[in-house]
Design a protein around this ligand. Structure first.
Ligand SMILES: NC(=O)c1ccc[n+]([C@@H]2O[C@H](COP(=O)([O-])OP(=O)(O)OC[C@H]3O[C@@H](n4cnc5c(N)ncnc54)[C@H](OP(=O)(O)O)[C@@H]3O)[C@@H](O)[C@H]2O)c1
Length: 264
């Protein structure tokens, strides 16, 4: 797909997968809109992108706040008059047993990971439908398909994102607008800098943010509902969905054992 001059809005572009996705789209000469809550970090990313000689717009916006999302939409349409790709990537997780989480921590994960994606999609979709083209990429997780102990509210937000996307995928058929979910396993990013992850068992397999960013670029022109990264993990999801009574206890057992072996 030729992204030259296409307008790509990326939420959570100040770090990790979002930042790497911005770099990948800029290399393809897309016009990139960088969205996050931290203007300084966004400006640093914009500086890195400037070597690709493409148009960049920096928008400070907390996606969990509807009014800020509305302002961001206005800025994008004022500057470019259009949107071709929306990457709903902003998100975070808090590790801990449900019983120990504050209600506010659960609300904030849902507010950013799920509702933030809903607000951005709601505000940009009409333009895409009007022009009969565009693509929404939702960065979910393999945690959208497996309930992981210690990640109750994070998993709920990602299951919600996948369910939302599946419904919208069917609604959008024939409209010219597509939607694809990117579901990675663990990725080496600042995601795990949240203090709560000090208590999480360390798993050795982790992807680079750039590997996921390349999948995000592929997703932006894909007819598929979901791209799992790496691809072979789709087999595990298929097994879980096909034989839930067999696989759920095995998965639960693996996570329980690794948590029991963890020295806090
Ligand atoms: N790392 C993993 O193992 C992993 C695995 C599967 C899926 N994911 C998903 O990948 C996405 C990106 O995470 P990452 O791993 O790249 O983590 P990261 O490096 O911590 O990046 C998260 C990004 O989200 C932004 N953000 C957080 N809350 C926001 C809000 N309310 N409004 C706007 N921006 C917000 C952050 O920017 P500011 O702080 O500057 O606002 C940052 O740019 C998340 O949705 C995450 O759930 C991550």
């Amino acid at each position: 797909m030729d992204y030259s001059g296409k307008v790509v809005v990326i939420t959570g572009a100040s770090s990790g997968i979002g930042k790497e996705s911005a770099l990948e789209f800029a290399k393809l000469h897309a016009s990139v809109v960088l969205v996050s809550r931290d203007m300084n970090k966004l400006e640093e990313v914009a500086k890195e992108l400037s070597k690709y000689q493409t148009q960049i717009l920096v928008c400070m916006c907390d996606v969990s706040q509807k009014d800020q999302v509305n302002q961001m939409n206005k800025k994008v349409l004022e500057k470019f008059g259009t949107i071709d790709v929306l990457v709903n990537n902003a998100g975070f997780g808090i590790y801990g047993n449900f019983n120990d989480l504050k209600v506010e921590e659960i609300e904030s994960q849902m507010g950013t990971n799920y509702l933030g994606m809903v607000y951005c999609t709601k505000i940009f979709l009409p333009k895409m439908l009007e022009q009969k083209s565009g693509h929404i990429v939702n960065v979910a997780s393999v945690a959208a398909s497996f309930g992981i102990p210690g990640m109750v509210s994070y998993c709920a937000s990602k299951f919600a994102m996948l369910g939302f996307s599946e419904s919208l995928y069917h609604e959008l058929k024939g409209s010219g607008v597509g939607i694809t979910v990117v579901s990675p396993i663990m990725v080496r990013t600042n995601f795990f800098n949240h203090n709560s992850f000090n208590k999480m068992p360390r798993y050795t397999t982790a992807l680079s943010a750039n590997t996921v960013a390349k999948a995000v670029v592929r997703a932006a022109s894909s007819p598929r509902l979901e791209i799992v990264v790496p691809q072979f993990v789709r087999i595990a999801i298929w097994f879980k969905q096909t034989f839930p009574y067999l696989i759920n206890p095995i998965v639960g057992g693996i996570f329980r054992r690794s948590r029991a072996n963890q020295k806090f």
